[in-house]
Design a binder for this molecule. Structure first.
Ligand SMILES: Nc1ncnc2c1ncn2[C@@H]1O[C@H](COP(=O)(O)OP(=O)(O)OP(=O)(O)O)[C@@H](O)[C@H]1O
Ligand SMILES: [Mg+2]
Length: 341
């Protein structure tokens, strides 16, 4: 995007340039990520928001190089510490995943093996990262439980405030609440002490109290370990509370990119303004919450011009004809909309 480097921002850890990822389905080509550019500042938490189906998870999976058939990364660059992840070999990527970049999956049940205890699953990750754990064993001990390994597993579980680790470790995923499962996933993601953590809707499977706890925990991690976090969420309230920057995605594209102060003071894109109006406020009367009319387009047949124009209250002639460019409005505030041409 224009103006990226001119802004007064900290060190950039990850820079995504013109990334496109399409799913080649029988119905047609789904342009899930379509020319996306953004960057993440080292040690900061950045929110990626947008309605369901706009391409948030596909963006995360592209960064991790975990897009599977019929999906394909069509082009672009994912510069991590200056090196393009899209040019790395599968073996190099396996090393980077977990060690440098870890992900907390949107669906904790799908991310875990249902027929293996959570303790065993954490232990596997520990072993993958800390092979020295099994060194120095006497032959007769080989058949017994690896005490050092399990001490480490419990320690990892304690670090994410899982109560009574030796008991919880023996549970199968279906026996645990959504909140505990999410913590198990966070624990697994943190074992390699990644520089970048991508948290995809880490709180959808849990109730409001647990949600607050998990988010506070992520915030604490980000502050204590100077971890860089990309937080994917539907919830702009969470972004306001925790993030330094926000990226708004619509129909496979980033439509607004700003620091949270200027974003919440003055959201520029009509889509962002619509998202903000649909957040409940104290003064909102019951049943009066506005929502953005219409729905996210099918990403096979995206409307011409600006994809948001059929739902946009401010659409005018150019919006149906031409895709808007990305404009810099003020310091580091980018918006992809004809209103700012
Ligand atoms: N494996 C797949 N095959 C075909 N289409 C897919 C596949 N995975 C995702 N898509 C499509 O790509 C688009 C973007 O999906 P994605 O999962 O990235 O959305 P999202 O923003 O993460 O949504 P949500 O908020 O519901 O998680 C959607 O249109 C989706 O249907
Ligand atoms: Mg998703």
């Amino acid at each position: 995007m224009a103006g990226h480097k001119a802004m007064s921002r900290g060190n950039i850890l990850l820079q995504v340039e013109d990334l496109s990822t399409y799913f080649h389905t029988a119905e047609g080509v789904v342009k899930a990520v379509d020319g996306v550019s953004f960057s993440l500042e080292a040690g900061e938490m950045t929110g990626l928001v947008g309605e369901s189906g706009c391409g948030k998870t596909a963006t995360a999976l592209s960064i991790m190089r975990l897009i599977e058939s019929p999906g394909r990364i069509e082009g672009g660059k994912v510069l991590f510490k200056g090196e393009d992840l899209l040019a790395k070999s599968p073996a190099e990527m396996r090393h980077i995943r977990g060690k440098e970049i870890a992900m907390i999956w949107q669906d904790p049940f799908a991310a875990l093996n249902p027929v293996q205890t959570v303790g065993e699953q954490i232990a596997e990750v520990v072993k993958a990262h800390e092979p020295v754990q099994v060194d120095g064993w006497l032959p007769w001990q080989r058949r017994r439980r690896n005490t050092a390994l399990w001490q480490r597993v419990y320690q990892v579980m304690e670090a994410v405030h899982i109560p009574n680790p030796p008991v919880v470790a023996t549970a199968y995923p279906h026996q645990l609440s959504g909140g505990l499962l999410q913590r198990v996933l966070i624990a697994m993601a943190l074992i390699g002490e990644p520089t970048l953590l991508i948290a995809d809707e880490p709180t959808t499977a849990v109730d409001a109290t647990i949600q607050v706890q998990i988010l506070q925990f992520l915030k604490q991690l980000q502050a204590e370990r100077r971890m860089t976090i990309l937080l994917i969420t539907h919830n702009l309230g969470i972004v306001a509370r925790l993030c330094r920057r926000v990226l708004v995605m619509y129909a496979g594209k980033i439509v607004e990119d700003a620091d949270v102060y200027s974003f919440f003071r003055q959201p520029l894109h009509p889509y962002s303004r619509g998202l903000l109006q649909s957040i409940p406020r104290r003064e909102t009367k019951r049943g009066t919450l506005p929502t953005i009319p219409g729905s996210v387009p099918n990403l096979i047949h995206v409307p011409a011009g600006c994809a948001f124009h059929p739902r946009c209250p401010e659409a005018f002639a150019p919006c149906t004809a031409e895709e808007p460019k990305t404009y810099a409005v003020g310091e580091g505030h980018l918006v992809k909309c004809h209103l700012f041409a």
